[in-house]
Design a protein around this ligand. Structure first.
Ligand code: CP
Length: 322
C-alpha cells in the first residue's frame, strides 16, 4: 500500500491488518514514554487547507511517537494566500524532502490529485464530501474494542449523509467488516443516489432505534449550507437528534459514536454525549494509535508484523527530552 485515499479500496484483510497494528500502537501509547524509533529520519508533512483539531493534532502526535519529523502547513500565513496553486504547493513541500503528506482539502479528490503529482505517500485527511479514511478506520477500531466484532452488527449512520465524508468512509469500512449499515436521514440530507452503496435507508430515527447495535451520529455541517436543506435546526433535532428520551430506547450495550466536533443540543443531547455508552473520547484516543498504524504501514518496513512493533524499544529518556 503506497497511499491511503479512501476506505472503499480496502478489503477486510487490509482493515484487519491495520486493526492489529493499532493494537500494538495502543500498547506503545500506554508506555511511560510513548515513543518508538520506527520512523526516525522520515518526514511527514501535514497539508491542511481546511480547519481541523482532531485529525491534524493526532497525525502530528502519531508521527512524533514514531520519531518522524513533522512539517505543518496551514493556508493562513502560507503563500496560498498569494495565489500559489495546490500543485505548486505540493511540489514545493516535496522538494524539501518528505516521505508522506497528509492532505485535508475542501475539494473532493484533492488528495488523489496530490498523489498523482508527487512521489511521497499521500494520506487523505478528509476531502470535501468524499472520504476521511482514517476516521472510518478509527471508528472500526473503536467499535471492535467495544463489540468484539462488527460481523452481523446493525449500525445506524444518522444525519447529514449528503455532505459527510465520514459517512462515506464509515459505510465502506463497516460493510467490509460484515456490518449491516442503515442510513437515517431526511431525503434532503441524503445523496441523490446511494445505488451501489452497501446500505439500506430509513427516514425516521424512531423506527430503527430498537433494532440497532450502534448509532453513529453525523455533524450538521453548517459551513456547507446544511441548514437550507431542513426546515429548522429545532425541527431537525426533534426528528433526528439523539435526545435523552431516544437514548433510553437503546440497549444497555449499544454504542453511541460521533466523529466530532459535536453540535451539542443539535444532533446529540449534551447528556447523551457524556453517557457511558458514548465512545466519543475513545474515538479520539484511538485515532492517535490508528494513525501511527497507518504511517507505519505506509512508511515502515513492510515485512514487519504487529508483534515486532510491540517489541520495538522505547526511545531512551535522554533522547526524548532532547
Ligand atoms: N473528526 C474530525 O475529522 O475532526 P477534525 O475536523 O477536528 O479533524
Amino acid at each position: 500500500m503506497k497511499h491511503l485515499l479512501d476506505t472503499a479500496s480496502l478489503d477486510r484483510d487490509d482493515i484487519d491488518e491495520l486493526m492489529e497494528l493499532t493494537d500494538a500502537f495502543v500498547e506503545v501509547s500506554q508506555r511511560p514514554i510513548p515513543k518508538v524509533p520506527t520512523l526516525r529520519g522520515r518526514t511527514v508533512a501535514l497539508l491542511f487547507y481546511e480547519d481541523s483539531t482532531r485529525t491534524r493534532l493526532s497525525f502530528e502526535t502519531a508521527a512524533k511517537r514514531l520519531s518522524a519529523d513533522t512539517m505543518t502547513f496551514g493556508v493562513s500565513g502560507s503563500s496560498v494566500t498569494k495565489g500559489e496553486s495546490l500543485r505548486d504547493t505540493a511540489l514545493t513541500i516535496e522538494a524539501m524532502g518528505v516521505d508522506a503528506v497528509v492532505v485535508r482539502h475542501r475539494s473532493s479528490g484533492a488528495p488523489h490529485r496530490v498523489a498523482s503529482w508527487i512521489d511521497a505517500s499521500v494520506i487523505n485527511g478528509g476531502d470535501g464530501w468524499h472520504d476521511h479514511p482514517t476516521q472510518g478506520l478509527l471508528d472500526c477500531y473503536t467499535l471492535r474494542a467495544r463489540l468484539g466484532s462488527l460481523t452481523g452488527r446493525r449500525i445506524a449512520i444518522v444525519g447529514d449523509v449528503k455532505h459527510s465524508r465520514v459517512a462515506r468512509a464509515d459505510v465502506w469500512a463497516f460493510a467490509a467488516l460484515g456490518a449491516e449499515v442503515v442510513l437515517v436521514a431526511p431525503p434532503t440530507l441524503l445523496p441523490p443516489s446511494v445505488e451501489g452503496w452497501p446500505v439500506t435507508v430509513a427516514h425516521h430515527l424512531d423506527d430503527v432505534l430498537g433494532s440497532v447495535d450502534v448509532v453513529a451520529l453525523l455533524r450538521m455541517q453548517r459551513e456547507r449550507t446544511t441548514e437550507a436543506l431542513i426546515p429548522s435546526l429545532r425541527e431537525y433535532t426533534a426528528r433526528y437528534g439523539l435526545t435523552v428520551a431516544r437514548a433510553r430506547r437503546l440497549g444497555e450495550n449499544a454504542v453511541i459514536m460521533h466523529p466530532g466536533p459535536m453540535n451539542r443540543g443539535v444532533e446529540i443531547a449534551p447528556e447523551v454525549a457524556d453517557d457511558p455508552r458514548a465512545v466519543i473520547v475513545d474515538q479520539v484516543r484511538n485515532g492517535v494509535a490508528l494513525r501511527m498504524a497507518v504511517l507505519f504501514r505506509l512508511l515502515g518496513a513492510e515485512a514487519r508484523s504487529a508483534p515486532a512493533v510491540v517489541d520495538l524499544p522505547a526511545e531512551p529518556a535522554e533522547a526524548v527530552r532532547a
